[in-house]
Ligand binder design. Structure first.
Ligand code: HEC
Length: 150
């Protein structure tokens, strides 16, 4: 019994070392266009969303250790695909409208930031006031898209 356990532990150790050699994407491409938001909203986005939804990810130490690195890298890739606050210039009016709509929805549902991220980034937690501010910002941005010049 004891010997089996030793083999299992050695096996796990070998796998752990081996997966460290798999390549994981951890890039910060150039910022092409910053989200159009007033200072206070921008500050909240930078505090709570930036690590995943921007090209200025602050890659934490565990993003360098497999298997956590796989998860972090995948989250950042998916988050950037959905909404990238530092490639704002790449969105047309329709895409912007969709982004604002999804932001308001996510914030209202309490889906963002991801809960496991909040465990290690407590200061990213949104207060009720932060939430209200982000939702009203996103909603008024949608109104301006629907009726420009107002
Ligand atoms: C730890 C990484 C992380 C943080 C921090 C984070 N997100 Fe996300 N976000 C994701 C991932 C991953 C997805 C893609 C989820 C999916 O496809 O299921 C996502 C998706 C989204 C979407 C698209 C949802 C949809 O239905 O298409 C919006 C909008 C969004 N996030 C807004 C935010 C906002 C606003 C913040 C800050 C308050 C934030 N996120 C913080 C990882 C993050």
């Amino acid at each position: 019994m004891k010997r089996i356990l030793t083999y299992v532990l050695i096996g796990l150790g070998v796998v752990f070392v081996a997966i460290q050699f798999l390549s994981v994407e951890r890039t910060n491409p150039p910022v092409t266009g910053l989200v159009d938001a007033p200072e206070d909203v921008l500050t909240t986005l930078q505090r709570s969303c930036w690590d995943c939804h921007s090209n200025e990810t602050d890659w934490p130490w565990y993003a360098h250790v497999a298997p956590m690195s796989f998860r972090v890298s995948q989250h950042v890739r998916m988050a950037r695909e959905h909404v990238n606050f530092t490639e704002w210039d790449s969105y047309d009016a329709e895409e912007l409208d969709e982004a604002y709509e999804e932001i308001a929805e996510e914030i209202e549902e309490g889906g963002m930031p991801l809960s496991d991220y909040l465990l290690v980034h407590r200061n990213a937690k949104l207060t009720t006031a932060d939430r209200d501010r982000l939702v009203s910002w996103a909603e008024s941005a949608r109104e301006r898209i629907a009726a420009p010049g107002r």
